[in-house]
Design a binder for this molecule. Structure first.
Ligand SMILES: *[C@@H]1O[C@H](CO)[C@@H](O)[C@H](O)[C@H]1NC(C)=O
Ligand SMILES: *[C@@H]1O[C@H](CO)[C@@H](O)[C@H](O)[C@H]1NC(C)=O
Ligand SMILES: *[C@@H]1O[C@H](CO)[C@@H](O)[C@H](O)[C@H]1NC(C)=O
Ligand SMILES: *[C@@H]1O[C@H](CO)[C@@H](O)[C@H](O)[C@H]1NC(C)=O
Ligand SMILES: *[C@@H]1O[C@H](CO)[C@@H](O)[C@H](O)[C@H]1NC(C)=O
Ligand SMILES: *[C@@H]1O[C@H](CO)[C@@H](O)[C@H](O)[C@H]1NC(C)=O
Ligand SMILES: *[C@@H]1O[C@H](CO)[C@@H](O)[C@H](O)[C@H]1NC(C)=O
Ligand SMILES: *[C@@H]1O[C@H](CO)[C@@H](O)[C@H](O)[C@H]1NC(C)=O
Length: 660
């Protein structure tokens, strides 16, 4: 049973959605999340009359049609008092009114199928709770049945954690119980455990309880925490009259966000909603979201229509020129990129060993210098590449159009006889692996430079994935494919190579796996399935290497861990992620930045591609510290090595019975 883990994810998604309104404009269509079912208890062996059943149906429709605020109680009576049904619902204090409505609707639907012949029932969702009975239960405390849910991951320092948990939870309970008359009895509270871990607590009572009763109910459930969730990273206690929950990640929306300074958002992004005026007591209304999303969607739409129109015209032009052979302009773009073989032979001293810079996946790279004095890197492709000359030229033209600060600039090509050669601008500091894994040279990369390299590589990949005219999956991102110029600015090279070799670039399967072991995502390594998320995985590995100054594969023999990713995860779980940081930068580094990079790196190497962020999200996470990151789950490797899966699971106990 892993319903707890899916639950956590959903609420996280929800949190993400509202705190970011992820610039993914598509997200406007996904803002109605399905409510997450947790547990239900229906009374047994009842003899219900048909009148009772019909009253129950009326109750359900009355509850769901009135679910516009967070609490509502109602009574359905008929002539015989014994058929009276009492019912209420309670939505979590931060759930929007549409979310509340949806949850109550689902809950009553589920009750009417599962518990239709029960006189009493209670059902819990992540977002709401619905309860009914033949006995009047309003304004009385019920702490039975009690449901315990816990995250099975252990916390490291249990004793001090439980103390902090009690204090923080008691404060939430006080705030919830003491809320002013008529307001919802709901409160959240946060406490910092360490510089990189925060405890998030939530407490809520049904609105019909008095302050005293709410306080009693909450202190009962807080008292059950040691039985429920001792030493665990997350947990909840649910009883009919109140509930509490805690996690090490934010699972609720802040209704009154503190106005934190916003680092300059990347262009084109909708700023996170932190304006208190938007909040109000019921959170962000869907009206607000529509108001923000609509103008941007309209602008986007116009932009896209414009683009389509333009590209159509371009294509038409291309087709025309193909029919009407050799239009001047088209040839000149390709031909301006052409180098003579003799020029390149001269530049590289006839491809001499002395000029050899390295050997890549697709051929040998030489350093050269043109008569003008410009230094170049010449990549002589292996002869057995499966592509015709025409196709090669087309691809070169395409790759040459990709222009970005963090991409190596393709200067041109050479196509003569069997020779296929690519000419790049020369990077003075060679490649990242050359500097990073060299015990002496790695000192050149202090923390600031490493942090900039991480950001630069992220932006370069994002450009390939999203911003260039065609979508390009790199498929072989690794340290040796990140070139460094004279100022240590990263330049990604070898992008578009897969296509140059005639492999279909769109998402799908390939029988031919390119890529470098250790950087390959599991789905790619095992099934040859690739997507932009395979690049995200490789990026995650690269981030770990940059931070630690160690190769991913260098761990095989040490016995400490299987690989770097595995080691990083172990440290993260122990609460000591900073031990990953390279000794040579311990003086220059900023703990916050390092922790955030490790966190992002771990998110990138998640087993399920869906759990990995897009590069656009990664760039956003790096740029803005106000963006909350989801909690990483165990990365891919562990599951393959057969160690104990560590996923949050559900544990249920119904034994608690205090009052009724
Ligand atoms: C319900 O009835 C069944 C048999 O009819 C019995 O075995 C069970 O114990 C009863 N449950 C309760 C809660 O009374
Ligand atoms: C609740 O819904 C019922 C219809 O199902 C309606 O008759 C009643 O007026 C509503 N009550 C409130 C307070 O809106
Ligand atoms: C709702 O509960 C209050 C007690 O908290 C009670 O006085 C009131 O009558 C209830 N409303 C309905 C419609 O039953
Ligand atoms: C509600 O149902 C229970 C169990 O069937 C019964 O014992 C109780 O008397 C009922 N309450 C009312 C107010 O009818
Ligand atoms: C909730 O209701 C919606 C719409 O009726 C439905 O699509 C969805 O599957 C339901 N979810 C659950 C968990 O019952
Ligand atoms: C968590 O701690 C309990 C005892 O406190 C232990 O039995 C259990 O194996 C631990 N679980 C993990 C995953 O470390
Ligand atoms: C809440 O009310 C109780 C009882 O009136 C009081 O002891 C406590 O200090 C109050 N807490 C807050 C936070 O106001
Ligand atoms: C918090 O609540 C628990 C259980 O009700 C109680 O034992 C403990 O003393 C309280 N702690 C504080 C600091 O109020």
């Amino acid at each position: 049973m892993n319903s707890y883990s899916t639950m956590s994810l959903n609420s996280l998604n929800l949190f993400f959605l509202f705190s970011l309104i992820t610039f993914l404009l598509i997200s406007s269509t996904t803002n109605a999340q399905n409510p997450t079912f947790l547990y239900q208890v229906c009374s047994e062996n009842d003899t219900t009359t048909s009148t009772y059943k019909s009253n129950l149906r009326t109750l359900f429709s009355s509850l769901s049609s009135n679910a516009t605020k967070e609490f509502y109680n109602t009574t359905v009576t008929s002539r015989t008092a014994s058929n009276t049904v009492y019912g209420l619902y309670l939505c979590r204090g931060d759930v929007s009114s549409s979310g509340c409505q949806q949850c109550v609707t689902n809950a009553t639907q589920k009750l009417s199928t599962d518990c239709s012949s029960s006189k009493r029932a209670v059902i819990w969702y992540d977002e709401c709770m619905v309860r009914y009975s033949n006995n009047s239960f309003f304004s009385t405390v019920a702490t039975s049945p009690a449901i315990f849910l816990m995250n099975t991951v252990n916390i490291t320092n249990q004793a001090s954690f439980m103390r902090l948990l009690f204090d923080t939870m008691n404060e939430s309970a006080d705030k919830a119980a003491n809320s002013s008359v008529g307001a919802k009895k709901y409160a959240t509270n946060e406490a910092s455990i360490s510089s990189f871990q925060t405890l998030y607590c939530l407490a809520q009572c049904t609105d019909d309880l008095s302050q005293q009763d709410c306080s009693t109910c909450l202190s009962d459930v807080i008292g059950a925490l040691p039985q429920c969730c001792n030493g665990k990273q997350g947990g909840r206690v649910l009883v009919p009259s109140c509930n509490i929950r805690y996690e090490l990640y934010p699972f609720y929306r802040n209704l009154t966000p503190s106005p934190s300074p916003q680092p300059s958002a990347a262009p084109g992004l909708v700023p996170p909603i932190t304006n208190p005026n938007l909040g109000g007591s019921s959170g962000i209304s869907s009206g607000t979201i529509v108001a923000i999303v609509v103008p941007i969607s309209v602008a986007m739409l116009l932009f896209i229509v414009g683009l389509c129109f333009l590209s159509k015209r371009l294509r038409k032009k291309k087709r025309d020129s193909a029919q009407d052979p050799k239009t001047e302009t088209d040839i000149s773009t390709v031909e301006s990129l052409r180098f003579d073989l003799s020029t390149l032979e001269e530049a590289t001293n006839k491809f001499s060993e002395a000029n050899k810079l390295g050997e890549g996946g697709f051929g040998v790279v030489y350093k050269g210098s043109l008569p003008s004095g410009q230094e170049i890197a010449v990549k002589r492709l292996s002869k057995n590449s499966g592509q015709g000359g025409e196709q090669f030229k087309n691809e070169v033209e395409l790759v040459a159009q990709l222009q970005h600060r963090n991409l190596a600039t393709l200067l041109g090509f050479c196509l003569e006889g069997e020779e296929k050669i690519l000419v790049y601008e020369y990077a003075a500091n060679k490649s990242l692996d050359y500097i990073l894994f060299d015990p002496e040279k790695q000192r050149l990369l202090d923390w600031t430079r490493r942090y900039k390299i991480i950001g630069g590589v992220a932006r370069g990949i994002k450009y390939l994935h999203e911003d260039s005219r065609v979508k390009i999956i790199h498929r072989d991102l690794k340290a040796s494919n990140v070139l460094l110029d004279g100022d240590m600015n990263p330049k990604i090279s070898d992008f578009g190579m897969a296509k140059l070799f005639g492999v279909d670039q769109t998402q799908g399967n390939t029988s031919r796996i390119v890529g470098t072991y250790g950087y390959m995502s599991p789905e790619y390594a095992m099934h040859g399935e690739f997507s932009i998320k395979s690049d995200v995985y490789s990026f995650g590995v690269l981030v770990m290497e940059i931070i630690s100054g160690k190769k991913n594969s260098s761990f095989y023999e040490t016995g400490v861990a299987e690989d770097l990713v595995c080691y990083a995860w172990k440290l993260w779980k122990n609460g000591t992620p900073l031990e990953l940081v390279d000794q040579t930068v311990t003086e220059s580094y900023t703990p916050n930045e390092a922790i955030r990079c490790i966190h992002i790196g771990l998110l990138c190497v998640q087993e399920d591609p869906e759990d990995r962020p897009t590069m656009a999200t990664v760039v956003l996470m790096l740029d803005s510290f106000s963006v909350t990151l989801p909690v990483p789950k165990q990365p891919a490797f562990f599951l393959h090595s057969g160690s104990v899966p560590n996923m949050p699971t559900i544990q249920i106990s119904q034994s608690e019975s205090t009052t009724n």
